[in-house]
Design a protein around this ligand. Structure first.
Ligand code: SAH
Ligand code: MG
Length: 227
């Protein structure tokens, strides 16, 4: 608002055109970052993080090179909370040599293992988010077992095997504060669109009676924890 004047925040936007969630410089970093977060779902992720960061800090499972982390980080920075992003940085099944999403440029030649940590660290610096993002390198289940702080939001985008997805749910959902949210990626109700495990977790969370769905964008689902 400008006192005595009209509301000017939307100046420069054409009718019906969505406002960008990210400042231009940050959007450039997002676009240059390798990963698996389409823009519309990133926007929904930012919206969820903005809403639930009022409840508490944000945890992300599945950092990869940080594409999704930037949407969370921008919301967290505006809210004055931290994002903790957890990954062992060795990639999921589908990132390994011979699999669909393998990127040879992410292999550490000295040990011949996938390593996304360096790429991620560069992403954080380029986005100017070193003060907002806390990087945890480790297996999701190990970190969950050590965790104690109630969370405003948990974004689960880690391993997509049935065991990995269910373990992430079991390890992290108890830490979500009432009024906070569990946000799931790669939820495909139609098996023709993708794998079952994240969808199975989505069904399990709703069936538990502890969550209600508050939004769905592409494969992203936001489930709010009931009081
Ligand atoms: N959110 C990212 C994509 C994540 S890909 C983006 O927007 O681009 C999935 C990530 O989960 C991979 O980086 C992989 O290393 C990580 N991962 C898989 N299983 C894991 C586990 N058990 N513990 C920690 N990280 C895991
Ligand atoms: Mg994903």
């Amino acid at each position: 608002m400008n006192p005595g004047g009209e509301f000017v925040a939307d100046v420069g936007r054409r009718d019906g055109e969505p406002t960008d969630v990210l400042p231009r410089a940050l959007r450039d970093v997002v676009n240059a970052t390798r990963g698996f977060m389409p823009e519309d779902e990133g926007r929904a992720l930012f919206d969820a993080a903005s809403k639930y960061s009022v409840v508490g800090p944000i945890v992300e499972i599945g950092t990869y090179c940080g594409k999704s982390t930037l949407y969370l980080g921008h919301a967290a920075r505006l809210a004055g909370v931290k994002v903790v992003t957890v990954d062992h940085h060795r990639g999921s099944e589908e990132h390994q040599p011979g699999w669909e999403y393998h990127d040879p440029s992410l292999v550490d030649p000295e040990i011949d293992r996938l390593d996304t940590l360096g790429a991620f660290r560069r992403t954080v610096v380029r986005a100017g988010m070193e003060d907002t993002i806390v990087t945890v390198v480790g297996a999701s289940a190990d970190v969950a077992a050590l965790w104690g702080t109630p969370l405003g939001m948990v974004f689960v985008d880690g391993g997509h095997s049935e065991t990995a997805a269910q373990t992430d749910y079991e390890g992290w959902s108890p830490h979500i504060a009432p009024g906070g949210a569990l946000v799931l990626h790669d939820v495909f109700p139609d098996p023709a669109d993708g794998g079952r495990p994240p969808y199975n977790v989505y069904c399990r969370a709703l069936a538990s009676g502890a969550f209600r769905e508050t939004s769905a964008t592409g494969s992203l689902r936001v489930l709010e924890r009931l009081p």
